[in-house]
Structures are given as structure tokens and as C-alpha cells.
Design a protein around this ligand. Structure first.
Ligand code: NDP
Length: 334
């Protein structure tokens, strides 16, 4: 596959120019570009420039608000709602972070319910950012129906990711961030684009048939990881990010999109816990390290997040590659 090599700065400038050419104001374009290049910096390509044409399409069609001004509302002492004003998630997440940290420190625990936003991408940027402030954090979001319920064959749940971050003293936080499906949809799309098979556990065809063809899975249904256990977690995320906070279920988000296939509109729930207000404010961190040391003492292990942090150390100097076809598509949008 022919590729184009970019520095992180070149990628950011490309994204800014393209988003602004398609109707985003500077604040929205910057927040989205920051987040996409943060993903490229960690070599998480499925949330990097791969998404840019899709984001532009959402703004051009008028569905997503490229000039969104997110607002913050205190619903209860420890519950904040951020209304994304119909824009892309990153700007609302920046606004929410500033409100959530003091609220969690004051109450020991706090939640942000995000509503009225488009495409809440990966869970690690928000949870990691909170753990950098010494907080433990959870994040959840739903999207479009891609995953069949346990035993079923038709898409109902999003691939519904969940993230968890734990602060560490002299090391980057421990962060895991995983879909409740066996594979993230973006990864299946990338396999389809690049002509690679997916594992049989990734999904089923339209009639429930087994397949390793990513194009057939994309027409059929994805499967939860670990069978019914992943499906139950996907169901939990639907309930937390839809009915609990007053936003869409994945099936409602798809109906709202009207078949356009643009970025999904929906909600996100983030929880932050301040260890200083729980049982062991002075010892929790060293106690957590005891667990990490025991994990890493076993050959073949690593902590979740370590792959990204290792990539992050390299990409400012080494840059990253995108497919030539994606680069051409981005240029054609400006
Ligand atoms: P992966 O299966 O690639 O990774 C899941 C987690 O496991 C990561 O935190 C990863 O850390 C960790 N991990 C992987 N291998 C190991 C290992 N050997 N030992 C310890 N930890 C390990 O992620 P997914 O494919 O499930 O999801 C990819 C991304 O897509 C996520 O960021 C997710 O939020 C996002 N997503 C977004 C959706 C949405 O609707 N917005 C839907 C679904 C997914 P590391 O990063 O260091 O490899």
C-alpha cells in the first residue's frame, strides 16, 4: 500500500485546514485536530486522520455543528451535564474536564453526563487526562447498532467502549480502553480497506453465518467479546449512556442519522473518583504499584496503555504514515 509520511505538526495543520474548509470554526477545528493527532501520536490510527473525511461530511451535511459552543450545567453537587451544542465531542470534553476535576476533588466522586454531541471517539484521552490529575476515572459511550445481543443475529448495541485509568506517581497512568465487541468497528473497516481477514469471533454475516471476511461482517453483525459477557457489558453501556443521562440508545442514534452514515450523535458518561477521599489517601498509590509489580514480574505481561506510551515517545521525532488514498481524499475536501 502506498503511503504518505507526515510529522505530527503536518498532520495537525492538514486537519485544521480541512475542517475549517468544511465549516468548522477555529475552536472546534482545533479541538478535533488535537484529538485526532493525539491518536496518531499514539499510533491509534482508527481515531486519527482516518476519521477526518467522515467529520467533514458530518459538518458539510449540516448535521454536526462546526461552530458549537458547549455549555456546562450542575445537575446535583456531584453531577455535571455538558451539552455539546450538536458539535464534535472534543471541545465539550475540554470544557467538561475543567469542571469535573474540582467537582470530584470536592465530593470524592463526580460524574459528567455528555449529551448532544457527535462521535465520542476513544475513551483513553479523557480517562488518562483525569488520572494525570491524580483521579481514577471511568468512561463509557454508545454509538450505532453494530453488535448482536447474545444469541441474536441482528445489530442492536454499539461496540460500546469502556475506559478506566489509575494514577501512578513516577509513571504514566495505567489506562485500559476497550470495545465491548470482539473488535472495534474502525479496526474491521481498516481490515476491509487493506484486504485482510478478521478472526471468526469478530462477527457474523447477515444470516448469522460464520465468516472471516470483514466486508461480510460489516453487512451482518459484530459479536461481543467473550460471547454473552461482552454483550451484557454493551447493554450496560447502552443504559448508562442513553436512558440514564437522557441521550440516545444506539438504535435511536442510527434512526436520527436517517441512513446518512455520518458520525453518530449520542452521549458519554465519565466518572471521576478522588482517592484522597476514600480509605487510604496516603497509601493507595504504593498499594496499586504492588499489583503492577506483581503483574510485570510475570514474563509476557505489560500494563494496558504501555504500547501507546511507547509510541508517543517516538512519533514526535519519527512522524507517522497514512495511506496515499486517504491523503488524496483529504486534499480533495479542501
Ligand atoms: P484493543 O483490543 O486494541 O485494546 C484494548 C485495551 O487492552 C487497550 O487499553 C490496550 O492497551 C490493552 N491491551 C492490549 N493488549 C494488551 C496486553 N497484551 N496486555 C495488556 N493490555 C493490553 O482495543 P479495542 O480494539 O477494543 O478498541 C480500540 C479503540 O477503539 C479504543 O480506544 C476504544 O475506545 C475505541 N472504540 C470506540 C468506540 C466508539 O463508539 N467511540 C467503539 C469501540 C471502540 P494499549 O493501548 O497499550 O495497547
Amino acid at each position: 500500500m502506498s503511503t504518505v509520511h507526515l510529522s505530527l505538526e503536518e498532520g495537525h495543520a492538514l486537519a485544521m485546514k480541512c475542517l475549517q474548509a468544511n465549516g468548522c470554526d477555529e475552536a472546534n477545528a482545533k479541538a478535533v485536530s488535537d484529538r485526532m493527532l493525539q491518536a496518531e501520536g499514539d499510533l491509534c490510527h482508527s481515531h486519527g486522520l482516518f476519521r477526518l473525511p467522515w467529520y467533514c461530511k458530518g459538518v458539510r451535511s449540516g448535521r454536526a455543528n462546526g461552530k458549537a459552543k458547549p455549555t456546562v450545567e450542575q445537575l446535583a453537587p456531584a453531577v455535571i451535564r455538558v451539552n455539546g451544542d450538536g458539535g464534535y465531542a472534543p471541545l465539550g470534553q475540554d470544557v467538561a474536564h475543567k469542571a469535573l476535576v474540582p467537582c470530584a476533588r470536592q465530593n470524592g466522586i463526580a460524574a459528567v453526563a455528555f449529551v448532544n454531541m457527535f462521535h465520542i471517539a476513544a475513551m483513553w484521552p479523557e480517562t488518562e487526562r483525569l488520572a494525570m490529575e491524580g483521579l481514577c476515572a471511568f468512561a463509557f459511550t454508545a454509538s450505532y447498532p453494530y453488535v448482536a445481543p447474545a444469541g441474536g443475529t441482528k445489530p442492536l448495541y454499539g461496540t460500546n467502549p469502556m475506559g478506566f485509568a489509575w494514577p501512578r506517581k513516577d509513571a504514566p497512568p495505567m489506562v485500559f480502553d476497550q470495545a465491548s465487541s470482539s473488535m472495534a468497528r474502525g479496526e474491521i473497516q481498516i481490515h476491509a480497506r487493506d484486504g485482510h481477514d478478521v478472526p471468526e469471533t469478530a462477527g457474523i454475516g447477515p444470516d448469522g453465518e460464520a465468516t472471516t471476511d470483514p466486508n461480510v461482517v460489516l453487512k451482518g453483525a459484530q459479536l461481543g467479546f467473550g460471547g454473552y459477557k461482552g454483550a451484557s457489558l454493551a447493554m450496560m453501556v447502552e443504559l448508562l449512556c442513553g436512558p440514564l443521562i437522557g441521550d440516545f440508545l444506539s438504535i435511536e442514534s442510527q434512526a436520527d442519522d436517517g441512513g446518512e452514515g455520518g458520525p453518530p450523535k449520542g452521549g458519554e458518561l465519565i466518572l471521576a473518583l478522588d482517592p484522597a477521599k476514600f480509605g487510604d489517601p496516603d497509601g493507595f498509590m504504593a498499594h496499586g504499584e504492588k499489583l503492577f509489580e506483581a503483574i510485570l514480574a510475570q514474563e509476557g505481561t505489560r500494563l494496558p496503555g504501555q504500547r501507546r506510551f511507547a509510541n508517543r515517545a517516538r512519533t514526535p521525532a519519527e512522524g507517522f504514515d497514512i495511506p496515499q488514498s486517504l491523503h488524496d481524499e483529504i486534499l480533495s475536501l479542501m
